[in-house]
Design a protein around this ligand. Structure first.
Ligand SMILES: Nc1ncnc2c1ncn2[C@@H]1O[C@H](COP(=O)(O)OP(=O)(O)OP(=O)(O)O)[C@@H](O)[C@H]1O
Ligand SMILES: [Mg+2]
Length: 359
């Protein structure tokens, strides 16, 4: 590309020299013809007194050539200084953090190349800046949500504790209920703090990633067994389709257990009695697909896009005891395994899909 530019420059210079030369000859011939007609041919051949040996003819030629060169160099320098001014201006704007501007000028190859690189650079900076702002905003929102979710149970704890401390709760039964309430709220606070800690840990660069080859089919069986009691209590049905052979996947077991069990506990937590749940694991050469399906209340359309963001909960789940961090943790955990967590939901049917690569 650079060679092309150099060749073109040489070609341009030759063309310019040719134009200047023809211009000089042409204009000189016209002047000479004019003087021939009106003043007489003799005067053109006479030497000039100040410069012996130099005829008026040659002097006209020199003057016209000098003028052409002067005008051409002015024009060229403008073609260079114009874009350079624009570049300087753009750099100054960039230093002030303006990344939306782009350079648009027509110039020689080298300057056009600078323009292209400059525009690529500001486009990259603009994208990085937008991502930084987005991350900053989501961090701010997360802190607000966290402080709100912490404040509610802590205020309740304070209220009950104060009532007990002041001795205004007389009956032992009421005292027991107050203490139970304090304990339950403290469990919520602990869960919230633990979940936040886990979410933050998942962003940490020194987190041990998927280091062990383990049997995913067995892990899912264990998760199902751990939820068996709750399935019975809520009169849910659970249809398990898991291969009988081992499905070996490179994994961080605890992390994947936490992520997958949240998907199953969600079906229990957010759906009414009698919901049917199906859990299926499909094993292929390249990847494994886990589907957690239920025919419960479904997930509202406007929630689908944000469902994996921290603290996002459906209206009906707001009063419950979930932290709203489960899916955010699950998504990060699955991605840490090089996989994907997707939601495919329609009214009355919710399907969460986990795709994990096999390497
Ligand atoms: N299977 C499901 N059926 C219906 N709604 C669901 C289902 N799974 C998730 N949801 C909705 O998605 C929201 C987010 O789920 P997520 O697991 O992140 O939080 P949570 O279950 O409310 O709390 P926790 O942090 O304890 O898991 C839930 O509050 C619920 O509204
Ligand atoms: Mg959950």
């Amino acid at each position: 590309m650079i060679l092309m530019g150099k060749k073109r420059k040489l070609f341009n210079t030759m063309i310019t020299a040719y134009i200047l030369f023809t211009l000089t000859v042409g204009v000189t011939n016209s002047i000479v013809a004019y003087l021939d007609d009106h003043v007489g041919a003799g005067i053109l051949k006479k030497s000039i007194v100040l410069l012996p040996g130099l005829s008026l003819n040659s002097l006209i030629e020199i003057a016209i050539f000098a003028l052409s060169v002067y005008l051409y160099s002015r024009w060229t320098s403008k073609r260079i200084t114009g874009p350079l001014e624009k570049i300087t201006d753009a750099i100054q704007k960039m230093r002030k953090g303006e990344f939306t501007q782009r350079l648009r000028f027509k110039a020689d190859y080298e300057l056009t190349l600078i323009q292209e690189h400059f525009n690529e650079m500001v486009a990259h900076l603009e994208k990085t800046e937008a991502e930084k702002n987005k991350a900053e905003q989501s961090k701010q929102r997360m802190l607000l949500d966290l402080s709100h979710d912490l404040k509610t149970p802590i205020t309740t704890i304070q209220g009950y504790a104060m009532a007990l401390q002041m001795g205004v709760v007389d009956s032992p039964e009421k005292q027991r209920r107050y203490l139970e309430m304090i304990y339950n709220k403290s469990v919520i606070v602990t869960a919230l703090v633990e979940d936040m800690f886990q979410l933050a840990t998942l962003d940490s660069p020194d987190l041990p990633s998927a280091e062990e080859q383990e049997d995913l089919a067995e892990l899912i069986r264990q998760i199902a067994i751990a939820h068996f009691d709750q399935f019975e209590q809520k009169k849910f049905t659970l249809d398990l389709k898991i291969p009988s052979h081992r499905v070996m996947v490179q994994m961080n077991r605890n992390l994947l257990y936490r992520a997958l069990s949240n998907l199953l506990s969600n079906t229990l937590k957010h759906n009414p009695e009698g919901t049917e749940v199906a859990l299926s694991l499909t094993d292929t050469d390249e990847a494994v697909l886990l589907q957690v399906m239920d025919n419960g209340i479904g997930i509202a359309e406007e929630l689908k896009e944000r469902i994996f963001q921290p603290f996002v909960r459906g209206d009906e789940a707001r009063t419950g005891e979930g932290t709203g961090l489960g899916l955010a943790i699950a998504k990060k955990a699955v991605e840490l395994h090089g996989g994907k967590l997707l939601l495919k939901s329609e009214p009355g049917k919710t399907v969460f899909e986990v795709i994990l690569p096999k390497n």
